[in-house]
Design a protein around this ligand. Structure first.
Ligand code: TXA
Ligand code: MG
Length: 319
């Protein structure tokens, strides 16, 4: 099994040897490899059982380092980087030749971000190389927000888990790029659309292209637990599945009339940021519980609520 600790020098040594290291970020844990070493990148795909057509995000220390690997092809993207990096924003930018095609699955853009986590920043500053890192979960499953999630599913495939505690955002980054001169959002995530639009004006949402996606995080079935998950009005769903052992993932005050086998409340006070932090942990716990099915309440479509609803829609059997 993987060693776990906070030793960034040791993590750097493993990465320089072509091995895989799980890294903490503010969004979710990443499964990192030296992005300039195609063999190491290949082992990321193997460990996750991820199809090679699904490209990886590279993680860097600052915009100067980002510019070594990608071109800022629009002032609005540059402004977004200045405003939100380090943070839960990934930019799709024209790639420079130095990035192996394997990283971008042969596409001409590379996904880049600066993670907001002190330990991973220290690691990046030590190693001085871009780290290619998808979320550290088997392909299609829920992303990890704690070291133990990584250990449980991928512990035998990685050299080291850099322990940075619980992720403080809890949802993957929002992916943004330029297409037809428009600022497009390809994946809803930990940076709310409202915050992006304050900088760029109205954006175009291209998150639901389920055939031939430009980001497989757009695939309709993704982020899914193994148990059947139903998403919508939880009171109606609980009535419908009255005869089953249900785990309920709820939000806000829970009506007294609700009495079910297991209840996980994303945020009793109705705070969407708190809900984001709890979401993936609760999905895992519900999946590992003795419930037969998981029912999830739809959240308000504002702020991070939109990204949470997007994940739950993709995770649900009804989508
Ligand atoms: O918050 C995050 O973004 C986390 C942390 C670890 O940084 N990473 C993450 O990676 O969620 P992953 O691989 O699970 O999701 C990245 C998404 C995928 O849907 C992928 O298809 C898309 O980004 N993507 C990556 N490179 C791309 C590219 N060149 N063009 C289009 N989509 C790309
Ligand atoms: Mg992922």
């Amino acid at each position: 099994m993987a060693e776990t600790g906070k030793n960034t020098d040791l993590a750097a040594k493993y990465l320089l040897d072509g091995k895989l290291v799980a890294i903490p970020t503010e969004t979710v844990y990443g499964l990192a490899a030296n992005a300039l070493n195609p063999d190491a990148v290949l082992s990321v795909f193997d460990a996750k059982k991820r199809p090679h057509f699904d490209p990886l995000i590279i993680h860097v220390t600052d915009t100067a380092m980002a510019s070594e690997y990608a071109l800022f092809n629009d002032d609005r993207l540059h402004l977004l980087a200045q405003k939100f990096w380090p943070g839960p924003l990934t930019l799709l930018l024209p790639k420079k030749d130095i990035i192996p095609d394997l990283v971008t699955s042969g596409l001409n853009r590379v996904a880049v971000r600066i993670p907001d986590h002190a330990l991973t920043m220290q690691l990046l500053q030590t190693i001085k190389l871009p780290l290619a890192a998808p979320s550290a979960n088997p392909f299609g499953y829920v992303s990890p927000t704690e070291p133990r999630h990584v250990e449980k599913q991928l512990g035998d495939k990685i050299a080291y888990i850099l322990d940075g505690g619980v992720c403080k955002v809890g949802l993957e980054s929002t992916i943004v790029g330029l297409e037809d001169e428009k600022i497009c959002v390809y994946r809803l995530g930990g940076l709310a659309i409202e915050d992006i639009e304050k900088i760029t004006g109205t954006v175009e949402l291209r998150v639901n292209h389920s055939s031939n996606p430009s980001a497989p995080g757009q695939l309709k079935s993704h982020y899914a637990p193994r148990k059947p998950l139903y998403f919508g009005d939880s009171e109606l769903l609980l009535q419908k599945f009255d005869s089953k052992k249900c785990a309920l993932i709820s939000f806000g005050a829970i009506p007294k009339s609700i009495d079910t086998h297991l209840i996980y409340n994303l945020s009793a006070t109705g705070n969407l940021n708190e809900a984001a932090i709890n979401l993936f942990r609760f999905l895992r716990e519900a999946d590992e519980s003795d419930a037969e099915i998981v029912i999830c309440q739809k959240l308000p479509e504002t702020g991070l609520g939109r990204a949470i609803n997007d994940r739950l829609t993709r995770a649900s059997v009804t989508s």
